[in-house]
Design a binder for this molecule. Structure first.
Ligand code: FMN
Length: 324
């Protein structure tokens, strides 16, 4: 399948793996890229420019296909060395960057000068238009269903994607709630040129996370995610567990007086214990409602091939409906 997104990133299939904290290592990114999609390394998980440079080099050893790096801009007191991370990306010869969080305007000129295609992930049409106006090449439109940070507008993809299609001139991919061939065809029908998946890619053989995480996703239904940190206007969709229910209890108790410090134990620095050690109650970890559509742990290639053949079958069926 050829779309503006496959052309832009030089990939075979219009499928992107979104940056994921403590998941987006070279093993994940290379497996997705080798399957014909665009795999993405998550820069902030590596933390320093040296470690990111090393991860990019490892990924290049594992695939000769294009892959990208996610740069997430967080409102934080101790900001990471963003200029150093950008330099590591450019020096590493990476040709695709997924930006997310705050406006990427400050790093954009450096990335563009290096010939890097930038896809900005955003949760609203106004942010997508902003990304377009500052020169991003594409956007990833992340609906309310998504794992991670859905923003504060709560617009699901059935509305958000056609709205984006009506307003945007640059190509966009759908993101949030995407799992299979149905997701891909629906995304294309609503004007996207491809789709981005997070949670679905965690439940794959190559995802470098503890087996407990994969099993938790397979066992979960669409009812098992919760929204935390809404009172802080930093809403995150996470898998429910003991720590998350405690966060929600504290949020109810504190009401409008909630401070980040009240829940820091459950939400900060917990990813290594969950993703690496498999301690599934250690804290809040991002997970999408799409868990309800995930029932197996295939290889990335099996998953991507299955999505593409399902999409082909659906398109053929629709075509015969249209000509009937
Ligand atoms: C465990 C996990 C960690 C994530 N970490 C990040 C991150 O560090 N930066 C980012 O931009 N998005 C992050 N995301 C969001 C994904 O890139 C993607 O936008 C989202 O998962 C799409 O929704 P889906 O899970 O329904 O496919 C994360 C998602 C998950 C599930």
């Amino acid at each position: 399948m050829k779309t503006a997104i496959t052309d832009m990133f030089g990939i075979e299939h219009p499928i992107i793996q979104g940056g994921m904290h403590y998941v987006g290592f070279a093993e994940m990114a290379s497996a997705v890229s080798n399957a014909g999609g665009l795999g993405i390394i998550t820069a902030l998980t590596l933390g320093t420019p040296e470690k990111l440079a090393n991860e990019i080099a490892r990924c290049k050893d594992m695939t000769d296909r294009p892959f990208g790096v996610n740069l997430t801009f967080l409102p934080t007191v101790n900001a990471p060395d963003y200029p150093g991370l950008v330099k590591a990306i450019i020096d590493g010869g990476v040709k695709a960057v997924e930006t997310a969080g705050n406006n990427p305007q400050q790093v954009l000129p450096y990335l563009k000068d290096a010939g890097i295609s930038v896809i900005h992930k955003c949760t609203s049409v106004r942010h997508a238009l902003k990304a377009q106006s500052i020169g991003c090449d594409a956007v990833s439109v992340d609906g309310f269903e998504c794992g991670g940070h859905p923003g504060e507008d709560d617009i699901p993809n059935m509305i958000l994607l056609p709205r984006a299609a009506d307003e945007l001139e640059i190509p966009f991919v759908s993101s949030g709630g995407m799992a299979d061939g149905r997701s891909l065809v629906a995304s294309l029908a609503m004007g996207a040129q491809g789709m981005n998946m997070g949670t679905r890619f965690i439940a794959t053989k190559e995802a470098p996370v503890h087996e407990n995480v994969k099993q938790a996703i397979v066992a979960a239904s669409e009812l098992d995610t919760r929204l935390v940190m809404r009172p802080l206007r930093n809403t995150e969709r996470v898998m429910t567990n003991a720590a998350v229910e405690e966060v929600l209890r504290i949020e109810r108790e504190k009401g409008a007086d909630l401070q980040f410090e009240d829940i820091v134990e459950q939400v900060a620095g917990v990813y290594p214990r969950i993703m690496t050690e498999g301690d599934m109650d250690a804290g809040a970890w991002s997970c999408g409602m799409v868990a309800g559509l995930i029932h197996d742990i295939p290889t990335c290639k099996e998953l991507v091939d299955r999505i593409m053949s399902e999409a082909d079958a659906i398109l053929a069926r629709m075509n015969s409906l249209a000509s009937a």
